[in-house]
Design a protein around this ligand. Structure first.
Ligand code: NAG
Length: 191
């Protein structure tokens, strides 16, 4: 009886330790309903695992907590759905200055972020303007954890290609400083 009890404790501790190694636990994701997002008008699906990751910046002020970031996401979604007439917020995920990853259109769904790539990529936007400054370390770390988590769960191809929106469309996005930072990442490709 005592042995079984001790064994149960050891297993619990082990499970806890293993979970700490998991990128998911250091990754805080916020669902669309948590930030007050609206339902998409229509949903199309990408083939998984997705092979391309397109990096953007939102060119809005950065945000530093869940409330602020949620408000920013609501504004972006309203702009995308009402002014640009997109089916949803354009990006698949957005990364806040608070180090949280916010669900946009979400996993395996077609976004509206990069013409020619929407159906074969995930569009990830860093909240803020990164022409002249880098995202903070929490924001960069959240991006890396997110990618690792996506590969681990089979949503993202392990040999995915990472690039900036400016490489495939007429935009400054994701901003020169952030663009230079992603150029140093392992999966970055010149196109
Ligand atoms: C983004 O930042 C750059 C450099 O500071 C600035 O020139 C540009 O106007 C900003 N964009 C917007 C939309 O605020």
């Amino acid at each position: 009886m005592m042995t079984q009890f001790c064994l149960a404790i050891v297993i619990c501790v082990l499970v806890h330790v293993i979970q700490c190694e998991d990128p998911k636990t250091s990754l805080e994701m916020v669902t669309k309903s948590e930030w007050g997002g609206r339902t998409a008008f229509e949903i199309d699906y990408v083939i998984i695992p997705v092979k391309n990751i397109v990096v953007h910046h939102t060119v809005t002020p950065n945000c530093h907590n869940k409330l602020e970031c949620s408000q920013t996401l609501q504004n972006i979604q309203n702009f995308h759905m009402e002014d640009l007439e997109f089916h949803d917020i354009g990006y698949n995920f957005l990364i806040g200055g608070d180090g949280r990853v916010y669900e946009g259109t979400g996993w395996h769904k077609v976004g509206a972020h990069t013409i020619g790539y929407n159906s074969k990529s995930l569009g990830i936007a860093f909240i803020g303007n990164f022409s002249d400054k880098l995202p903070n370390s929490k924001q960069m770390k959240a991006f890396k954890n997110f990618l690792a988590y996506g590969v681990k769960t089979g949503e993202i191809d392990k040999d995915y290609k990472l690039f900036g929106a400016r490489q495939v469309s007429a935009t400054q996005s994701p901003g020169l400083r952030l663009y230079r930072a992603i150029q140093k990442m392992q999966h970055f490709v010149n196109l």
